[in-house]
Design a protein around this ligand. Structure first.
Ligand code: NAP
Length: 406
């Protein structure tokens, strides 16, 4: 067992910021823990959570010495917890996860779990007026109107972690309506321009896309990410979800959002103003930078991300997206325009379709087809409650399963 405590403050740091790392075993969680370990004690992992990976949780708890750990899946194997260092509170189940993020001693909740399971945790944290560093885009896609209402009433804050939204947030820092929100004064904003790498299938024909395998889809050219988001990147559904996320996060109409393909993943997104000026945020493709910025609530500090070597020449390319080969993008624009319950249905259908693709039960090209079908089948509501969103999520999952198994 390592004696090193990666949470330990250096002598000059009096009060570290307590970070609840929700989804600590995942790709974003791992990057966040890198940032915390490199913070010289300014940041402290006070809560760590996993769904199933209890072995990893124990390994991380030995290194970071949090106050509490949470295993979200109540049926996960608990045997490895015997190795947990003493004095660490251990909690189980989704209710405990939703409760732990409300604790007042937490300064920032990094929400880095995958899927719509993030919705309830985000809702609970914002209801308690917490500060959220939000990687889990599904929470905003599925519950956008609820989340933004809570932000307006309960005093919580969201700092985006998704690199595109962090980039836009950075370009709009001087234009937030108040320092507590991401909502912007859109009067001088012509449009938000989300960049997309184009993924591994950027140059594939429609015919070839029908033959795409799981191994092909998991070969992302520029980012190392979890499996679900990597498949979403390949289908461009990730960008579709990001369009919806941006609509809620920044409080702008969907027609002020556009997408451009930028294969180098250096420009993380841009904002065009009414006078034609464009602000962009550039950095190497490394999630640790937007994570760090969110954990420090936009304060700029040195961190583990490498810097550009400006003595080397580089090329930045931009292409229009091909909506015919990547129909998921059109779904993103439509759903962002509609709002209401469209997001939860698109997200749920996509989660099931991606799972089916990863498990060999459907083909890659069917993902956007089934998503459109289920969206068209659903009875739209403008202002759903949390209960209604949860019901529709379950309905869309069931209908998607039926469609796939036909
Ligand atoms: N990866 C990126 O670069 C990136 C970039 C931008 C945005 N995002 C977003 O960030 C989120 C996380 O992505 P990721 O790539 O880090 O995912 P990931 O590598 O698959 O990790 C997911 C994490 O969530 C936990 N988890 C899974 N299901 C859960 C549930 N039902 N309840 C509680 N915890 C659960 C997992 O625990 P176990 O390990 O125990 O299963 C793991 O810790 C996603 O919403 C994604 O869209 C990711």
């Amino acid at each position: 067992m390592s004696e090193f405590n990666a949470n330990a403050p250096s002598e000059s740091v009096s009060t570290p910021r307590n970070v609840a790392v929700i989804g600590a075993s995942g790709s974003i969680g791992t990057s966040a823990l890198d940032v915390i370990a490199a913070s010289g004690g300014r940041l402290r992992a006070s809560v760590l959570s996993v769904n199933n990976d209890v072995v990893k949780l124990v390994e991380l708890a030995k290194k970071f010495r949090p106050d509490a750990v949470v295993v979200a899946n109540p049926n996960a194997d608990r045997a490895p917890l015997a190795e947990l260092p003493s004095g660490i509170e251990t909690l189980f189940g989704p209710d405990a996860l939703a409760e732990v993020v409300r604790r007042p001693e937490i300064d920032v909740v990094l929400l880095a779990i995958v899927g719509v399971a993030g919705l309830r945790v985000a809702w609970s944290a914002l209801e308690a007026g917490q500060t959220l560093a939000l990687a889990n885009k599904e929470a905003l896609v599925a519950g956008g109107s609820l989340m933004t209402d809570l932000l307006r009433t309960n005093g919580g804050k969201i700092y985006p972690v998704d690199s595109e939204h962090s980039a836009i947030f950075q370009c709009l820092l001087s234009r937030r309506l108040d320092s507590n929100s991401t909502f912007v004064d859109g009067s001088d904003v012509e449009r938000l321009i989300l960049t997309a790498s184009g993924g591994p299938f950027r140059d594939w024909s429609l015919e070839r896309l029908k033959t795409a395998t799981v191994a092909d889809a998991l070969k992302h050219p520029t980012w190392q990410m979890g499996a679900k988001i990597t498949v979403d990147s390949a289908s461009t559904m990730n960008k579709a979800l990001e369009i919806v996320e941006a609509r809620w996060l920044f409080g702008l109409d969907a027609d002020k959002i556009s997408v451009v393909v930028h294969p180098q993943s250096i420009v993380h997104s841009m904002v065009e103003f009414v006078d034609g000026a464009v602000l962009a945020q550039l950095s190497p493709p490394d999630m640790r930078l937007p994570i760090q910025l969110a954990l420090y609530e936009t304060e700029r500090r040195p961190g583990p991300t490498r810097k550009f070597d400006w003595t080397q020449s580089a090329t930045l390319e931009f292409f229009p997206p091909d909506l015919e080969r990547f129909p998921a993008l059109s779904l993103g624009f439509e759903v962002a325009k509609k709002g209401g319950t469209a997001g939860v249905v698109l997200n749920a259908a996509n989660e099931i379709a991606v799972d089916a693709f990863l498990n060999g039960r459907t083909t890659f090209d069917k993902i956007p087809v089934v998503c459109r079908q289920i969206l068209e089948q659903h009875t739209f509501e403008e202002k759903p409650t949390l209960e209604r969103i949860v019901e529709l999520d379950a309905w869309a999952r069931k209908e998607t399963e039926i469609w796939i198994s036909r």
